[in-house]
Design a protein around this ligand. Structure first.
Ligand code: ADP
Ligand code: MG
Length: 182
């Protein structure tokens, strides 16, 4: 898939020359002309695999989760992808937003239905606190639909100095269902 994403000017104050291990959270609960929620996630993963600044893409199982915001919307499909990248953190954010736009994401209401949400969960061990980008992701520790797939991919991960398995929601399956892989 051609993402029409311009990767030039890949530098900012969080520049790293080497490959950085990153994790992104993927979510979708809206079918549109480009596909179903599962297909939106699959298309995003395919675009990551084709991006030359990204390598070694791994993807968790897919999970169905009860919506966080308004309850009168379909369940979300969630997954976490892990990879190495030479994108700077802000360039990776641009890339994630390009993936959302490619899925024709429209903002309907806060925490409402969307065809694709791609959030940066971790960017190496970087700590970034800007309005545009907070890393580790601000909601990471309070979302089981992020922590459970993340633990599946990286059970040894340390987040803010604490093993992922020490975060209670990494074991809490409330509202979450594992989808079969076929
Ligand atoms: P949410 O993911 O909370 O449902 P959005 O996807 O609409 O909301 O993102 C809102 C804004 O959050 C984006 O414009 C982006 O600049 C900002 N943001 C801050 N930190 C992050 C992050 N770690 N990953 C992705 N977006 C982030
Ligand atoms: Mg988001």
């Amino acid at each position: 898939m051609n993402t029409h994403f311009d990767a030039s000017d890949n530098n900012d104050s969080y520049d790293y020359a080497a490959w950085v291990t990153c994790y992104v959270g993927l979510g979708s609960n809206l079918t549109n002309e480009l596909g179903s929620p599962v297909e939106h996630l699959q298309q995003a993963v395919a675009a990551m695999q084709e991006q030359e600044y990204i390598r070694a893409v791994r993807v968790s199982s897919y999970y169905a989760s009860a919506p966080m915001g308004p309850q009168d919307q379909p369940d979300f499909i969630n997954a976490v992808a892990g990879f190495e990248t030479t994108f700077t953190a802000f360039k990776l954010l641009d890339f994630c937003q390009a993936l959302e736009q490619q899925a024709k994401r429209a903002r309907l209401r806060h925490w409402g239905e969307r065809s694709l949400d791609v959030d940066i969960l971790l960017y190496g061990d970087a700590q970034i606190s800007e309005t545009q980008l907070t890393v580790p992701h601000a909601g990471l520790h309070e979302r089981n639909f992020v922590l459970i797939p993340l633990r599946e991919l990286a059970p040894e991960l340390i987040i803010k100095g604490k093993p992922i398995t020490d975060y209670p929601l990494s074991h809490d399956w409330k509202g979450l269902k594992l989808l079969s892989n076929d």
